[in-house]
Design a protein around this ligand. Structure first.
Ligand code: KDG
Ligand code: MG
Length: 403
């Protein structure tokens, strides 16, 4: 089965998405997500100018060879732009292979390992009271796991807090908006938040929290320790992970489970953290970590060390990524949890999909392939709009901080 054509579709149904569509001489097509939030057009150009010309005429069934060709063949390995582009090709090819077999993708990976994919939803509030209300609303909707983020007294704008609705979108302006930061205020506030949330929600709901890279290792150790009485499922991105050794320091101070990896691109970013058992959950997902082909390798490495998966699933990852991730989640033996931030109705209409939510779980559906398509006519009605993620500055002197 030969690849005859491939196209990049950029659209903005509420937010920007980049999608690769691959066509074959047998009439089968597949799609893959190529969205890199705030840097979308770099991947679109990488695909159009440098990848698509190399795909035409290749056998669509040779997923592994094409992956190696794009990875080793570029000479310039790794990095978010390269790996997102490779992921899009990989996802579209797995979609095509599963459609050719007339099977849902999870069957090609090894079949179902579970009845559904446990997800966590995002409860956000401007203060503790509103966050508790949101957590209870998610519980009411059947969620088994809930991430809680709240505004911090004395800080104007912080990561994770939108307008208290089901939809939160951090890429909110055509130049980066500015948030303010105070570690002292955040560390004072967050244990109080979880004290209130845990007493309101009871012992049975899994609770999660995203530090979003804003603490130093020793501060993260202190927070993890303070959160131990509230029994978190995980504390995420406790500190930036470029220096992987820094997680050792956090580990030495707390038994709160640690999750990291949504901004990792390759197995090499995960290797030391996994092999040294410095983390409990690895957050890499399909779109930013080289597709299903590499995600499987990361998961297999992680399984040797009892590290489980917890795929990133924010709204900037398109339904095409979510569909593929859910098939992966259905199969992967060392599954932990899947993030699920709901897309807007506009996005869902542009990407018709077979997956559905029930009783705290997502189900990938039984459609052949990964079960997600793109309505190109509708997509064309939503042209690209430049949108950036925010930056974060220290409140007291304006020093640029991690966001
Ligand atoms: O969903 C999460 O855990 C995030 O941290 C979301 C990120 O801020 C978002 O994907 C950035 O584009
Ligand atoms: Mg995160």
């Amino acid at each position: 089965m030969k690849i005859t054509n491939a196209r990049v579709i950029v659209c903005s149904p509420g937010r920007n998405f980049v999608t690769l569509k691959i066509e074959t001489d047998e009439g089968l097509t597949g799609i893959g997500d190529a969205t890199l939030n705030g840097r979308e057009l770099s991947v679109a150009a990488y695909l159009t100018e440098h990848v698509i010309p190399c795909l035409i005429g290749r056998d669509a069934h040779q997923i592994e060879d094409i992956w190696q060709y794009l990875y080793k063949g570029a000479y310039w390995r790794r990095g978010p732009v390269t790996m997102t582009a490779i992921a899009a090709v990989d996802t579209a090819l797995w979609d095509i292979k599963a459609k050719a077999a007339n099977l849902p993708l999870y069957q090609l990976l090894g079949g179902k390992s579970r009845t559904g994919v446990m997800v966590y939803g995002h409860a956000n509030g401007r203060d503790i009271e509103q966050t508790v209300e949101e957590v209870l609303r998610y519980k009411e909707e059947g969620y088994l796991a809930i991430r809680a983020q709240s505004g911090v007294p004395g800080l104007e704008k912080v990561y994770g807090v939108g307008r208290g609705t089901m939809f939160y979108e951090p890429a909110d302006a055509d130049l980066p908006s500015e948030h303010d930061w105070s570690t002292a205020k955040y560390l004072e506030h967050t244990p109080k938040l979880f004290d209130a949330v845990r007493s309101a929600v009871g012992p049975d709901i899994h609770l999660l929290h995203d530090v979003h890279h804003r603490l130093t290792p020793i501060e993260a150790g202190r927070l993890g320790k303070a959160l131990e009485p509230f029994n978190l499922f995980w504390m995420e991105d406790a500190t930036p992970a470029e220096n992987q050794e820094s997680f050792r320091l956090i580990r030495q101070h707390t038994t709160t489970p640690l999750a990291v990896g949504e901004i990792f691109n390759s197995i090499w970013d995960c290797k030391d953290l996994i092999e040294n058992q410095l983390i409990d959950y690895i957050r890499t997902t399909v779109v930013h970590a080289g597709g299903i082909t590499q995600l499987r390798r990361i998961a297999d490495l992680a399984s040797l060390y009892q590290v489980r998966t917890g795929c990133h699933g924010a709204t900037d990852l398109s339904p095409a990524c979510m569909g593929a991730a859910l098939h992966f989640d259905m199969w992967v033996p060392n599954f932990g949890i899947q993030e699920y931030m709901r897309h807007t109705e506009e996005t869902d209409a542009v990407f018709p999909h077979a997956y559905s939510f029930a009783d705290g779980m997502l189900h990938p559906g039984e459609a052949p392939g990964h079960g997600v398509d793109i309505d190109e006519k509708l997509a064309a009605k939503y042209p690209y709009k430049r949108a950036y993620l925010p930056v974060n500055r220290q409140q007291h002197d304006g020093t640029l901080w991690n966001w």
